[in-house]
Design a binder for this molecule. Structure first.
Ligand SMILES: [Zn+2]
Length: 345
């Protein structure tokens, strides 16, 4: 992938090419930002530029430089067939793999990146792998292979490259193993961590990587029609608390797989914050439910008196879901907490 194939991110790209041109390439970097906004695309285009044999510099235009896209190195990286380019990513047991690590799924991951132009989310990846209901992870076995791969001599005589996608999914043992590699990088290696959140990374890892912040798309609240319908149906019931109806609505929500459920809760949290900010500022705000009366009424229910409680309740539920809590119980608890909070406006 060339930089010109990426939407936006011009400032970030120009900084990256300047650094490469000046020869100050960092051995370990964290590309931080949503995959959908191009964090993984940036990492791949960056590696292609780093290895390109005929970098192209532009006198004018948005991009100061780009890879040529035509030299053997560019072609191998674009096809994800470069022998010195390795990938580590969340994975899980499948019907055919009982000791999972990234190498077992290398062909599937390559195809996934090519099919989605490296914009596919973690959910998309789990779906491609057929493990929608599992929590993928990066384990010790992956970390051991990182160490082994980077310890080898470069096949092509150039950079040895390791891309760790979603390092926030590393377990503690893998993170500690990776830390050793980051502490003593072997010559000629580049490790790119490409993640969406650095909150779950060990501080010792964060302190050893140079962070490249990907410019995040403006739109925070997505107009996800399915989520909106599910959320509004649920919010309505929190005022009446009719148990039978609430229980069947929660059943519907619990049918989402874990990753989708976390996304749904994040979506709900974003909408709540949006309601609070806009109603506090006296701005119109709509839930997009199609019911004008409810749309007009609901945002005013989120005030300085209950936003924090709502925020905490949703965050706690996301954390519980992440930790494999039984979804229906977690969602019922959230319903009661939200119902109380809405009454305390
Ligand atoms: Zn090239």
């Amino acid at each position: 992938m060339q930089f010109k194939d990426i939407v936006g991110q011009r400032d970030v790209i120009n900084r990256l090419t300047e650094i490469v041109d000046s020869g100050r390439v960092s051995h370990a970097q964290l590309f931080l930002g949503p995959t959908r906004d191009g964090s993984l695309q940036l990492a791949l285009a960056y590696l292609q530029y780093l290895c390109c044999e005929h970098r192209v510099h532009h006198a004018d235009g948005e991009l100061r430089a780009d890879s040529c896209g035509e030299c053997p190195s560019c072609k191998k990286i674009a096809q994800l067939m470069h022998p010195d380019l390795h990938f580590v990513f969340p994975n899980a047991t499948t019907t055919s793999v009982d000791k999972p690590w990234s190498g077992e799924f290398a062909a599937e991951f390559r195809q996934f990146l090519l099919d989605n132009r490296a914009l596919g989310t973690l959910d998309d990846w789990y779906a491609a792998l057929g493990i929608e209901n599992k929590q993928g992870m990066i384990r010790e076995l992956d970390a051991a292979h990182i160490v082994a791969d980077l310890g080898l001599k470069s096949y092509e005589g150039g950079w040895k490259m390791m891309v760790v996608w979603m390092p926030e999914k590393m377990n503690a043992a893998a993170a500690n193993e990776l830390l050793k590699t980051l502490e003593e990088p072997s010559a000629g290696t580049v490790i790119l961590l490409v993640g969406e959140s650095d909150e779950r990374l060990l501080p010792t890892i964060r302190s050893r990587v140079q962070t490249v912040r990907v410019q995040v798309g403006e739109k925070r609240v997505e107009s996800n029609a399915e989520f909106a319908e599910l959320m509004v149906g649920w919010l309505r019931l929190l005022f009446k608390l009719k148990m039978k109806e609430l229980s069947s609505q929660v059943d519907k929500m619990a049918q989402l797989n874990r990753e989708q459920l976390k996304q749904f809760l994040q979506y709900t949290l974003d909408v709540m914050r949006d309601c609070f900010l806009k109603s506090a500022a006296g701005m119109p705000c709509t839930l997009g439910s199609g019911d004008e009366k409810f749309d007009a009424m609901f945002p005013s229910m989120i005030t300085v008196n209950n936003i924090e409680r709502i925020n905490n309740a949703i965050n706690d539920t996301m954390f519980a879901i992440e930790r494999n809590a039984y979804a229906k119980i977690a969602l019922m608890q959230l319903s009661f907490e939200m119902s109380k909070a809405l009454k305390k406006r």
